[in-house]
Design a protein around this ligand. Structure first.
Ligand SMILES: Cc1cc2nc3c(=O)[nH]c(=O)nc-3n(C[C@H](O)[C@H](O)[C@H](O)COP(=O)(O)OP(=O)(O)OC[C@H]3O[C@@H](n4cnc5c(N)ncnc54)[C@H](O)[C@@H]3O)c2cc1C
Length: 210
């Protein structure tokens, strides 16, 4: 999809410095969790473009992105001020790391990587596949959806330090196809944790947020 103005339906705080933005799905937009969109905006006269990964299990009627707000960042404080009825310029979807609901999954998430983790987990459980999420964050977001997933049979671990994250990865690494979402340092930690667990890191599907 070329750049399209999409309507903001909702902006919800889902954790410390974290928002979930629900956007109206434009005609012809089709995507699966794991894929990402490009959001463009002009903020204080500067043209900005940033990528955000889908955090909803589907894109029927609406789709969602989860944004970690960086108070020193250029775009995310502006995104946090959007309101229902505003429009955003969105292009995509992009990316090759995608979950189409076709098997058991393990999702390793750091920071805003929790967005695709809940989207993929919900998609997997709705198709009766096993889902395991290991999420590293000292100030977790999306706790309601993580707890709903846990009640629905998913394995959910929220770790607040690297050692407990690595130990939790070892417990679930062989549950299914491994996905990794987060910033570069977190992706490197995850690949090390997989290797320590005896899983080939090359088999993991990794989307680094930069
Ligand atoms: C494929 C992909 C998917 C992504 N998915 C998500 C997602 O789902 N959710 C999410 O929250 N993010 C995601 N990201 C990251 C996102 O695109 C942005 O990078 C992030 O939101 C920060 O944007 P910003 O404009 O607020 O911050 P930026 O203005 O880009 O700044 C980020 C930080 O860098 C510092 N900085 C900027 N310029 C300099 C400089 N010249 N020198 C020193 N420091 C500097 C800033 O102070 C700030 O702390 C993804 C990225 C990629 C590549």
């Amino acid at each position: 999809m070329n750049a399209t103005q999409v309507t903001v339906r909702d902006v919800a705080e889902v954790g410390p410095d974290t928002i979930a933005m629900t956007l109206a799905t434009p005609d012809g937009f089709d995507a699966d969790p794991g894929e990402f969109v490009l959001v463009r905006a002009t903020v204080d006269g500067e043209e900005l473009a940033r990528h955000y990964t889908l955090s909803s299990p589907t894109v029927d009627d609406t789709f969602e992105i989860t944004v970690g707000i960086d108070p020193d960042g250029d775009l995310t404080p502006w995104l946090a001020e959007r309101e229902p009825g505003d429009t955003l310029s969105v292009e995509g979807p992009f990316g090759t790391v995608t979950y189409e609901g076709d098997g058991d999954v393990v999702v390793l998430a750091g920071g805003p990587g929790v967005g695709p983790a809940v989207g993929i987990g919900e998609r997997a459980r709705s198709a009766d596949h096993d889902a395991a999420i290991v999420y590293l964050d000292g100030t977790p977001a999306h706790e309601t959806r993580l707890s709903t997933l846990s009640n629905a049979g998913a394995s959910v671990t929220v770790a607040n330090d690297e050692d407990s994250f690595t130990a939790a990865v070892a417990d679930v690494a062989d549950v299914g196809q491994v996905y990794v979402f987060g910033f570069k340092e977190f992706c490197e930690l995850s690949l090390d944790a997989l290797e320590a667990a005896g899983v080939d890191p090359d088999d993991a599907l990794v989307e680094s947020f930069g």
